[in-house]
Write a protein that binds this ligand. Sequence first.
Ligand code: NAP
Length: 333
Amino acid sequence: MTNRQIVVASLPQGALGPEHFELREAETPAPQDGEVLLRTILMSIDAANRSWMQGATYRDAVNAGDAMPTYAICEVMESKSPRLAPGDIVATESVWADHVTRAAHKVQKLPKVQPLSHLLSVYGIAGKTAFHGLMQIGQPLAGETIVVSAAAGSVGGYVGQIGKALGCRVVGIAGGHEKCAFVTKELGFDACIDYRAGGIFKALKAACPNGVDVYFDNVGGDILETTLALMNERGRVVCCGAISQYDTTNPTGPRNLPGVVVVKRLRMEGFIVMDFARDDAKATRALQAWVQQGKIQVTEDIVEGLENAPQALIGLLKGDNTGKRMVRVGPDP
Ligand SMILES: NC(=O)c1ccc[n+]([C@@H]2O[C@H](COP(=O)([O-])OP(=O)(O)OC[C@H]3O[C@@H](n4cnc5c(N)ncnc54)[C@H](OP(=O)(O)O)[C@@H]3O)[C@@H](O)[C@H]2O)c1
């Protein structure tokens, strides 16, 4: 049986393009003792895929010739381990491919949630990143103002909805009128600023009459610089990511560090979602309750076909997704 795999053909200097990827075909691998053969169902498409191409981060760098790594939901097709049986649904660190083999002890058996896509969105990395970052680092109190960037994206959309469920004023920052309308009308944020329209400082100041207590930063750069200037004393800045810096050779801002942190006694703290894995069950219970109560809308953006994974990532970096982007490689069982 033929197995398709997408490989990084060359590393980008500047913006990522289709020329940086290549689809290769080979025989489907056979599992060895202790391994399972997996069929890919859904692959998570993350801004982080691009940051791994810039060098080592919290994980190894991605180099030319590597199959693109991904977090994936898969079905066990063949097992040479007593831990797993054909038909089991698992999550694993994988690559962009139709099939992979993995050591059975390195994959995580999942409940058969319907649809499986929820295991990548609200109950997956996106929902958990939003929950842990906001609760553990942002520590918002009811009545406080939270600002979140990339608000129509996967992490940002959940941050704002959790903030609303906690009784906070929530202001999003997103690109374009349509996305801002989605963020306020569909996700229930109090306001959303279109950063592409210009005049972001003035617009954000007007939307946050009591200042900003928690800023959940997904983008870094100029937007971080602007929001820092509007923070209240003792505010908390949750450093989740810096997507504005991943796909460029000209990194920018913020220029007001560390002065603004000192003067306003701010706390800025970064995190990686795995840091809080011990609290994952708590996050899932809370997210399930909010989904059941209708306080959280599950937002997903599913691109069909393994061959479209490069464009799905290129587009995410340009902002053509709304909600959690993933690629469907095969159907739910
Ligand atoms: N710390 C962790 O453990 C962790 C885990 C997951 C994700 N993250 C981080 O969370 C952030 C969101 O990632 P995601 O994978 O969930 O993607 P996402 O938010 O679903 O999509 C990315 C969004 O970023 C926005 N964007 C792109 N370029 C931008 C720019 N120059 N300035 C402002 N916004 C820009 C785009 O929306 P617009 O149309 O609004 O521009 C795009 O839709 C990333 O920084 C990622 O690295 C961190």
